[in-house]
Ligand binder design. Structure first.
Ligand code: AMP
Length: 308
């Protein structure tokens, strides 16, 4: 049993109202891998970096049990670089730079050992790369989860829709759901997107939590109100990592279990934002996750008679 994770491995420069962090470790694949590793052990990462990427960061992932056979390290090339600046509310951001570098001509070639997997997380990447990974698998995984962002909607909408039509769960944020569907109201947007192919849709709303849509109904989890939010970068990827990691661990894709996975996704994302980069995700242990999950459940705990 294994979980294949595709996602960028990158350098990020991040500006928030609390400060600036230059060329720190980032990338959707990095966040997903660290987040899911708290729930599931047999993870394989598919991505590409240049030889400027620090080897100790890769060793840390390997020590965490993440298999890097599918990571292409390109000699003489530069890793993907992204820079963003958050607004004062920390819920929205501007992209200041996207330097594709190694991503420009990347066509992943899956090692034989990663062609048959049980779970697939197509993290944020060019839709053509996401499709290529799906196409190289020799068997359909039990579950395919996909994340993407507005950048790809702006430049590759048709290719993106082709991939979306082939996944089980799509995770996007509220603005992306509006852009993808052409509908402002999220319930209507969800109706339109579910007709595109996925059986489940998760709409992330930053500090306002996340919504899960499915034919069986709708479910909402809040985000844990935190005293300090330093850097929201990677929160969405950490959410996806916690979500898919828990589903892989439990091997149960019922709506009830997806709700639990949504809670774990939110718990892991709440850690991610407390430090710059993936640092907090790297330092937490099972006890910290359990304690925060209990805190989270307390926040949502209400049972009351309906009478008026
Ligand atoms: P999130 O905050 O969850 O949207 O994820 C932020 C991470 O996504 C950063 O670490 C970036 O390196 C990475 N990222 C930014 N733009 C892209 C892109 N166009 N494709 C893939 N990954 C990206």
């Amino acid at each position: 049993m294994s979980l294949l994770v595709l996602g960028t491995v990158a350098f990020d420069t991040i500006e928030t109202p609390f400060g600036k962090a230059e060329r720190i470790i980032g990338g959707a694949g990095t966040y997903v891998a660290w987040a899911s590793s708290h729930f599931y052990k047999n993870i394989k990462l598919v991505s590409v970096v240049g030889d400027d990427f620090p080897s100790d960061e890769l060793t840390a992932l390997e020590n965490r049990g993440v298999n890097l056979e599918g990571l292409d390290i390109r000699k003489g090339e530069k890793s993907f670089f992204w820079a963003g600046r958050y607004h004062n509310n920390m819920n929205s951001r501007d992209t200041l730079a996207t330097e594709l570098n190694v991503l420009e001509n990347y066509a992943p070639v899956l090692p034989e050992s990663t062609k048959k997997v049980d779970y697939l997380m197509l993290g944020n990447f060019a839709p053509a790369v996401q499709k290529s990974v799906l196409d190289q698998l020799t068997e359909r995984p039990k579950l395919v989860v996909m994340d993407t962002m507005n950048f790809w909607m702006d430049i590759a909408m048709d290719e993106l829709k082709t991939v979306i039509s082939d996944v089980d769960v799509l995770t996007i944020n509220d603005e992306e759901a509006r852009q993808l569907s052409g509908e402002y109201a999220l319930v209507k947007a969800a109706e339109v997107i579910l007709k595109m192919g996925p059986t489940h849709l998760i709409i992330k709303k930053g500090e306002h939590g996340a919504l899960l849509f499915h034919q069986e109904g709708m479910f909402y989890v809040p985000a844990l109100p935190l005293e300090e939010v330093f850097d929201p970068t990677g929160a969405g990827d950490s959410f996806a990592g916690g979500f898919v990691g828990y589903l892989a661990q439990t091997d149960d894709f019922s709506f009830e279990n997806m709700k639990r996975a949504l809670v774990y996704g939110s718990v892991v994302a709440s850690f991610c934002v407390e430090k710059f980069g993936p640092n907090k995700l790297k330092s937490i242990d099972d006890e910290a996750i359990k304690a925060r999950t209990n805190e989270f459940l307390k926040l949502m705990d209400i049972s009351m008679p309906v009478s008026c």
